[in-house]
Design a protein around this ligand. Structure first.
Ligand code: AMP
Ligand code: ZN
Length: 466
């Protein structure tokens, strides 16, 4: 196994990865809340997750990775008093939370596939793991960390010594940062809900020792991490927005329960900005992969755009920037794929290519420095065409996943699906989720007439031009 350095947010240092049970590296990545389409910022974080997992695999490790799907419990406010995001989307769209979750999960998985993001070995849906969450909360209460109020069970952060160690804020900062408590029964304003008691009209609710209710968002990740990876694992990933609340709370819950650190290294992907600012619906700048495709960009050009900035740096998305990346990406791909049938290079070229291969991997193993690695790949692509360029790029394709050995035209033309076709396919998927087979069949016939066949899978559907 090759040596890998990773930056650990907890220690603020680059550290050598020392897996607990090599060759396995156990990782947990906070997954999406499936109440809406994933935007390109969310997907940047999953490209980062994929860079990590592919790098581990390339270095000879076996990944045991978990990604959760949050389909309950993530409230619209961090103050534990908002509405459940799944429930509010369900009400707006006149659907059930299950239909909302099934629909947006399937689009999310399709996006991952289009961006060549490998699926983690374990995909854990929050609603499939409620007993483990309840058990976790019971144990926290037994140990004196949880307490009951009229509306739920809360974690008493003052009881956990290490609170704030990830974001490096102390208890006073956390208390000052917390919103003015609406729930006056909380012992401290920054205490957070482990379990919420459900009001009658709350759609998703489960039986618990505290009556009907539903889990808090943070306990979901702690409980699923414990269930699938045990009480100690190697790496936990997420976006930087999770550092101060979600991950701080995960650490508090898990370490309070186990009595020792659970996660060895915390890795966080920086944010994507759009036009230099925050993405927001009101600014109309929240883009999805489908938006990019309908504007003529290939998803892999977006992947290249992401990989060209280090995961720990902010990435400003503009269409001008994406244009530049798309042109560069096509040129790189053309240069490399053109070497498919080239002759072997001379001795000094072959030596140079070997050295470049090494410096590419050195960069990747040095805390996923993909921008540097792409620069070295470019240096290789600019050498006189020879077979070794193609072979090396193809071999390294396992870590870049950019199809650099495939000529640009071949893939892209197959990927653009017209909007009207996509819309019908989405409607058909929604009909299937509702078990409305008549509508689903009628829509399949429409797709057929437009020249598309649709293949259903566990996680969604795929369209193919006939
Ligand atoms: P959510 O579905 O809101 O839980 O977010 C899914 C993932 O996307 C989380 O890991 C977030 O940290 C991450 N995320 C949210 N917004 C952005 C953004 N603008 N740039 C990068 N990552 C983001
Ligand atoms: Zn999480």
């Amino acid at each position: 196994m090759d040596k890998i350095l990773i930056y650990n947010t907890l220690t603020r240092k680059k550290e050598e990865l020392k897996p607990l049970a090599p060759p396995v590296v156990a990782t947990y990545s906070c997954g999406p809340t499936v109440y809406n389409y994933a935007h390109i910022g969310n997907l940047r974080t999953y490209v980062f997750m994929d860079e990590l997992r592919r790098t581990l695999k390339f270095a000879g490790y076996t990944t045991k990775s978990v990604m959760n799907i949050t389909d309950v419990g993530h409230l619209t406010s961090d103050g534990d008093d908002g509405e459940d995001k799944m429930q509010s989307a369900a009400k707006k769209q006149n659907k059930s939370p299950e239909e909302i979750a099934a629909f947006y999960s399937s689009v999310f998985f399709k996006d991952l596939e289009r961006l060549h993001i490998l699926l983690p070995e374990i995909i854990a849906k929050a609603t499939d793991n409620i007993p483990e969450m309840i058990d976790f909360v019971i144990k926290l209460c037994e140990k004196g960390y949880g307490y009951e109020t009229d509306d739920g069970i809360y974690f008493d952060i003052s009881k956990f010594d290490g609170y704030g160690k990830l974001s490096r804020c102390n208890l006073d900062d956390a208390l000052a940062g917390a919103r003015v408590a609406i729930n006056t029964q909380k012992r401290h304003p920054a205490d957070f809900a482990l379990w919420k008691k459900a009001e009658k009209n709350h759609i998703m609710q489960w039986q618990s020792p505290w009556g009907m209710g539903y889990p808090g968002w943070h306990i979901e990740c702690s409980a699923m991490g414990k269930k699938f990876l045990g009480d100690r694992f190697d790496i936990h990933t997420g976006g930087v927005d999770h550092i101060p609340i979600h991950h701080e709370n995960e650490i508090a819950q898990s370490e309070a329960l186990e009595g020792h650190p659970v996660v060895n290294a915390w890795m966080h992907g920086e944010f994507m900005l759009v036009d230099g600012g925050k993405m927001s619906k009101s600014l109309g700048n929240v883009y999805t992969v489908d938006d990019l495709i309908s504007r003529g960009y290939s998803p892999l050009a977006f992947r290249y755009f992401c990989m060209n900035t280090h995961y720990r740096n902010k990435l400003n998305f503009t269409f001008t920037g994406l244009d530049g990346a798309a042109v560069a990406y096509d040129r790189l791909r053309s240069a490399i794929s053109a070497c498919a049938d080239a002759k072997s290079g001379d001795g000094s070229t072959r030596k140079k290519i070997k050295e470049l291969r090494k410096s590419i991997l050195d960069a990747v193993y040095d805390d996923l420095n993909f921008p540097l690695a792409l620069g070295e790949l470019w240096t290789m692509a600019k050498l006189a065409p020879c077979k070794e360029i193609f072979d090396t790029a193809k071999e390294l394709g396992a870590v870049f996943a950019l199809d650099l050995h495939v000529p640009p035209e071949k893939r892209d033309s197959a990927e653009v699906i017209p909007d009207n076709v996509k819309k019908i396919a989405d409607e058909r998927f929604a009909a299937r989720a509702k078990k409305d087979w008549a509508t689903s069949d009628a829509l399949r016939a429409e797709l057929d007439a437009l020249g598309y066949s649709v293949l259903d899978s566990k996680t969604g559907y795929e369209l193919k031009k006939k």
